[in-house]
Design a protein around this ligand. Structure first.
Ligand code: FAD
Length: 323
């Protein structure tokens, strides 16, 4: 690994002023489970000059409910989120998503902030020693288009890049209508990712960090569920994951939220499925039609058609579990 500077920030302001000082050439480190590997493998097109450690900022790992809103510090560990009874009871999809992320060791180090800010998973992008000058590194080609694309997007590209967002917690946060508070602003989780700049993995500026995740208390009638398909159950990124939230009045669906991930550059809200089930009873026939509508716009690459069936099955499982 090449040399870089390392700073322990003591406050959010200090972290921000260091990020400003390095003018885009410093990166934030929280648990380090993702970014250390990227440094070791020399994945960045332009090697960062410094790491700004935010783990040294006190009181950023809280999980608490205030005024019927769940507030989670960006340094809250995935393992703590997975087992927090408030979250397992009321914000179930988030607890399940955290529980199925990576392995126990990584969940004991990995934070929720790092989980939503992690870079895309694509073996061309992540290939050691920056071997492929792909679109995410300022190049012109997506090597997955004609290459090995079994884990890539089924909903098209972003500026020609076919890599997917691998976060397990992001779709759960989206269906729970979370907001992300940053050092500059408050952003709807549904708007946290973007499609304009393939060199960026969220809307965050280079001198901006996540400082809190806020989730409004769901209605007592709402249920949420997360499911994940991965090759290895004990530790693996999602091939596809899905979170759903349904609120019923009697047998009728009043509100439905469905979000897939690992199928596109950003988490993919299945709007057509949501709209179809609203106002209907959540029976199997309704859900079958909804899943077909949700995947209507999917367009498989040469090696990933299987992801369409998996997506359908996960939407069905999560919706029916919310009955
Ligand atoms: C073997 C392995 C398996 C994994 N499996 C999964 C999986 O199944 N599902 C999954 O979702 N992830 C998985 N991960 C990815 C990752 O480790 C976890 O998502 C973890 O939550 C990242 O958190 P961290 O605190 O370690 O992030 P770090 O590695 O510290 O940072 C990750 C990224 O987020 C940025 N960042 C961190 N905190 C902030 C903040 N507060 N504000 C702004 N930017 C920030 C960093 O700059 C960096 O770009 C896996 C990783 C490994 C190594």
């Amino acid at each position: 690994m090449k040399r870089f500077k390392h700073y322990d920030a003591r406050t959010v302001d200090e972290a921000i002023s260091l990020l400003k000082e390095f003018d885009g050439k410093a990166k934030v480190i929280a648990g380090g489970t993702d970014i250390i590997g990227m440094f070791k493998d020399e994945v960045f097109a332009e090697r960062p000059e410094a790491l700004i450690n935010i783990k040294t900022i006190p009181d950023m790992d809280y999980i608490r409910e205030e005024d019927n809103m769940l507030k989670i510090g960006p340094l809250a560990l995935l393992e703590d989120i997975a087992h927090n009874t408030l979250i397992t009871d009321k914000y179930t999809a988030l607890a399940e998503a955290a529980r199925y992320t990576a392995s126990p060791h990584i969940r004991e180090m990995g934070t929720i902030g790092g989980n939503i800010c992690q870079h895309c998973r694509c073996w061309y992008y992540r290939s050691p020693n920056n071997r492929f000058n792909c679109i995410r590194k300022g190049g012109k080609d997506c090597y997955a288009e004609e290459g090995e694309n079994r884990y890539h997007s089924i909903f098209g590209n972003v500026k020609d890049c076919l890599a997917v967002n691998p976060s397990d917690t992001a779709p759960a946060l989206i269906v729970l209508e979370a907001k992300v508070k940053t050092s500059k602003r408050v952003i709807e989780m549904a708007d946290f990712y973007q499609t304009e700049d393939p060199m960026k993995f969220s809307v965050l500026d280079a001198d901006e960090i996540v400082v809190e995740i806020q989730i409004p208390g769901p209605s007592e009638k709402a249920k949420s569920k997360f499911e994940k398909f991965a090759i290895r159950k004990s530790i693996d990124f999602p091939i596809v994951n899905c979170a759903s939230l349904v609120e019923c009045e009697g047998n009728t669906v009043k509100k439905a939220k469905v979000c897939l991930n690992a199928v596109f550059a950003n988490p993919y809200a299945a709007k057509k499925a949501e709209e179809y089930v609203e106002g209907k009873s959540l029976d199997e026939a309704t859900v079958d039609t909804a899943v077909n509508l949700a995947l209507q716009d999917a367009k498989a690459l040469s090696r990933n058609e299987y992801k369409i069936e998996i997506s359908k099955s996960l939407i069905k499982k999560t919706l029916l579990a919310c009955k």
